[in-house]
Design a binder for this molecule. Structure first.
Ligand code: ADP
Ligand code: MG
Length: 357
């Protein structure tokens, strides 16, 4: 069992006139773990970090850092590094002094400060910027300086609030990779806040999905994609092909009925504890097999073709209103399909999910 660095137990927060900004939030962060906190804008992500950092106080609930209840502990004594959403670099200080700021506040020796700042400058490859004023920096440079400042005191817990903000896509990608390396090399425990699903899933070992101040689901990215616990989660992680079905028989074989007609599913797709007969069938776009006519194949028409990074996506019209989305990795030797083509399709039934909502 890994040690937990942070334990949040039933935290709630209201602001004047605004209720349930956070309600009953509970989770843990383990040593050397990166947890992504994901949620739409306004779901309470920044407020959660501010509570952990001690910049706001919860109305109820307990925050434990390394086993200690921090309710009475001032922000700068909590051992938490926070990189703010807007970076909040000090405009009157140069890059070196921005990074050194917290160390001076903690009364580090001059020589130790220089060593630590030099180490971070070189780690983040910004040595050449150390004498620059912060308002002369590019977006990516500012981001590195803010990260170095948060890392400087070697905090047991590092929290990053939308750290890649408004940078362009290529730079985000680059910095995300760098940050992952850095976090692994330094052995940090990290809460990484973002509203961007792709970003959260590429950095977080586990994801906490917030919806209007409540935890919707805590899971690994793969679990969240394959077993979203609710329609909200499914929508948020970009699930396509959510098909409402009715369960016809749960005794011997599993049959469901929906706009795809009656389908037989492997028995283990139905979790015994689910009662009721309304379900959602989720078919991954990669589990749709195109172009093989068999006794159980359906017929669809290619309505639209989209090219994504590494894949071709087909929107397939089944009848006047129902559409399925299928994807094929680019580069396999599958037959190329054109708009308007009729195409037989079937499903890899081992890969579908049957969820009780
Ligand atoms: P996120 O970071 O997920 O976008 P926030 O935590 O910033 O969300 O905000 C959650 C909600 O709390 C929003 O509705 C926001 O307007 C409100 N809020 C945040 N801080 C304050 C505050 N100091 N006073 C009043 N309302 C606030
Ligand atoms: Mg925010």
């Amino acid at each position: 069992m890994r040690n937990s660095v942070l334990e949040i137990n039933r935290i709630s927060k209201n602001f004047d006139g605004k209720v349930n900004i956070l309600s009953d939030v509970t989770f843990s962060l383990f040593e050397n773990e990166i947890v992504g906190i994901l949620g739409p804008s306004g779901s309470g992500k920044s407020t959660l970090l501010r509570l952990i950092a001690g910049l706001e106080l919860p109305d109820s609930g307990i925050i434990n850092l390394n086993g200690i209840d921090v309710s009475g502990i001032a922000p700068h004594k909590r051992g938490v590094g926070l990189m703010f959403q807007d970076l909040s670099l000090f405009p009157h200080l140069n890059v070196f002094d921005n990074i050194a700021f917290g160390l001076k506040m903690d009364n580090w020796q001059q020589a130790d400060i220089k060593n630590r700042v030099d180490e971070l400058l070189s780690f983040l490859r910004i040595d050449h910027l150390q004498a620059r004023s912060t308002d002369s920096l590019s977006g990516g440079e500012s981001q590195r300086v803010a990260l170095a400042r948060a890392l400087a005191p070697n905090p047991p817990l590092l929290m990053l609030d939308e750290p890649l903000g408004s940078l362009d896509r290529k730079l985000r990608h680059e910095l995300l990779r760098e940050m992952k390396d850095l976090i692994a090399t330094m052995g940090l425990s990290v809460l990484y806040v973002t509203h961007d699903q792709e970003e959260a899933f590429s950095i977080g070992e586990r994801i906490i999905l917030l919806n209007k101040g409540s935890v919707e689901q805590i899971d690994s990215p793969i679990q969240m994609i394959t077993r979203p616990g609710s329609r909200f989660v499914a929508d948020f992680v970009g699930t396509v092909n959510m098909i409402p079905v009715e369960l016809l028989d749960r005794n011997n074989k599993i049959f469901v009925d929906g706009f795809l007609g009656v389908l037989e599913l492997p028995k283990e797709k139905l979790v015994d504890s689910y009662s009721g007969d309304k379900f959602t069938l989720i078919i991954s776009p990669y589990s749709i097999i195109l172009g093989q006519q068999t006794t159980d194949s359906l017929l669809g028409m290619i309505k639209q073709i989209n090219v994504g990074p590494g894949y071709l996506e087909y929107e397939i019209l089944l009848d006047s209103q129902n559409i399925l989305v299928a994807r094929q990795n680019i580069g396999n030797n599958s037959r190329e399909l054109k708009k308007g083509d009729s195409v037989p399709l079937r499903f890899n039934m081992d890969e579908v999910e049957l969820l009780p909502w």
